[in-house]
Design a protein around this ligand. Structure first.
Ligand code: ADP
Length: 238
């Protein structure tokens, strides 16, 4: 039966790419499954750390911001709906982002688990994620909280340059590319995100502190409490 992957003509893929993919899969087969959520304000380093964790643990990296930006660039119906909120630094509706995550989690690249970067950002999104995972009999293993002071973030965000195809990010002062404006690996041009300005950052930080931080902290604490109670029950049967 033809699957999406098999329908791409493998005869056209260079042998060296096929071999390195094969080696990667062999290395990955012994890795345990992992499901991670990265939470943190814009510029806290989620996008920088994700590719490193992804390669080490063979996970898929699902960054809702990147997925939404791709949809905006391609002018898909989803992108058209998301654009206005994104330009203003506000959150896109829960239904839209839950839909893209639900679809993405079915991909073969997420078989060993995932890194959610920028999702969930509201309590509703967190509840929907629980429902999606419950259906698969899975649960989140770790939530990594990238706590960085707001004062540091403006300089990080306004000096940031990105290679859109790979997600590699640079900074004019802290991590400059070898040639200004050019990706070190591919030589392709770097871009600055439209919402990486001091003015839009203000709204993005507000959304983070008002909508994401309080809800996520309370959910994580409730889960930790439940786990501890479960552990206690197992140790001290009544
Ligand atoms: P950052 O974490 O740097 O603010 P992202 O790339 O994660 O940036 O997100 C960019 C924009 O995409 C957000 O400002 C928001 O408009 C939208 N977005 C991304 N993820 C979500 C989400 N889970 N829920 C709602 N909106 C989202």
């Amino acid at each position: 039966m033809a699957t999406g992957a098999a329908s791409a003509n493998l005869e056209d893929v260079p042998s060296v790419d096929l071999m390195s993919e094969l080696l990667r899969r062999m290395k990955c087969s012994s890795k345990p499954d992992k499901r991670l959520i990265l939470i943190g304000p814009p510029g806290s380093g989620k996008g920088t750390q994700s590719p490193i964790i992804k390669d080490e643990y063979c996970l898929c990296h699902l960054a809702t911001g990147d997925m939404l930006r791709a949809a905006v660039a391609a002018k898909t119906p989803l992108g058209v709906k998301a654009k206005e909120a994104m330009d203003k630094g506000e959150l896109v509706s829960d239904d839209l982002v839950v839909g893209i995550i639900d679809e993405a989690l079915q991909k073969p690249s997420c078989q060993k688990g995932f890194i959610l970067d920028g999702f969930p950002r509201t309590v509703v999104q967190a509840q929907k994620l629980d429902e999606m995972l419950e259906k698969k009999g899975a649960k989140v293993d770790k939530v990594l909280n990238f706590a960085v002071d707001d004062l540091i973030l403006e300089e990080r965000i306004t000096g940031r340059w990105i290679h859109p195809a790979s997600g590699r990010s640079y900074h004019t002062k802290f991590a400059p590319p070898k040639v200004p404006g050019v990706d070190d690996v591919t030589g392709e041009p770097l871009i600055q995100r439209k919402d990486d300005t001091a003015a839009v950052l203000k709204s993005r930080l507000e959304a983070f502190h008002k909508q994401t931080e309080p809800g996520m902290t309370s959910i994580t604490c409730q889960k930790e409490k439940k786990e501890k109670e479960k552990e206690k029950e197992m140790r001290c049967p009544t």
